[in-house]
Design a protein around this ligand. Sequence first.
Ligand code: DAH
Length: 337
Amino acid sequence: MKNQLENLKNQIILDINNANNLENLEVVYNNHFSKKGSLSQMMGNLRNLSPEERPAFGKLVNDTKEVVLNHFNLKKEELETAHLNQKLESEKINIHLPGDNLKSGSIHPLNLIIEDISNYFVKNGYEVVTGPEIELDLYNFEMMNLPVGHPAREMQDSFYFDPNVLLRTHTSPVQARTMLAKEGKPLKIICPGKTYRRDEDDQTHSHQFMQIEGLVVGEGISFANLKHTLQDMLNYLFKGEAEMRLRPSYFPFTEPSIEVDVLFTKKDGTKQYIEILGAGMVHPNVLKMGGYDPERFTGFAFGIGVERLAMLRYQIEDIRNFYTNDIRFLKQFTEEF
Ligand code: DAH
């Protein structure tokens, strides 16, 4: 039996030595060290010995097991290290390769215009406010002096959710909201934002577009203040003396009302007046509904078409370019400011 054990020991050591990877070593473990392995079987042979002989042989088997197990563990460590090194070698990262370029986005041309105009007004003490795009008929029309049945409602064909709720057709409802919020105190605000009308989309029309509303209310605000503000803003926008032309117009929420044109030099060098905004002195009814006494307070308001300005400034011929978001189109405006 001793011989048998000695042979087994040599066999196990040979098997361990021959294992050249972790999978093979695992097979060796299963063959010899597991519950049904050769060493357990060797222990089972104790049954065939006399009770006196058993302890000595048992100890011998255990000692042998310890020796081969040590050998096994050393081999296992060696193979694991080799495996790790091989893995590290194969997964080596070449830090000298050029990295992936992160593509940075650019500010949308409409937002460039809004930022530019906002900067001008903030510098001049205006507050920038926002309002909801889903608006009540009350603010969008009624409080802007367009009661139900008013013919001018026709000019702003709308998307209604129900008779009282619609997508705002202009940013003017923010005038009403701001006046109510300011509770009779003087105010100077602008409000940039999206607006919606039921238009057929084409080169110059879009059912969704952007406006910047402006409103100033205080004591002694005059048409001269409006004219100066517009001229100064246009000089800022067009970087120099902008040639401005005022034309009488009609808006239900202003009296008098004007449309404002700017003289543009076209690509071919010819000049042309182009309309860029509507404005006027706030109608007494609008002041009254907003909680201001029209005998004491006056105000001016204006609404700028952002797409119109962007198209002129960047010589863009199709309004739909702003919304289809072709990267090649948007990328052109990265370095504007
Ligand atoms: N809300 C007008 C529109 O969308 C634009 C406008 C005109 C706004 C005159 C104003 C204004 O505040 O005074 O057509």
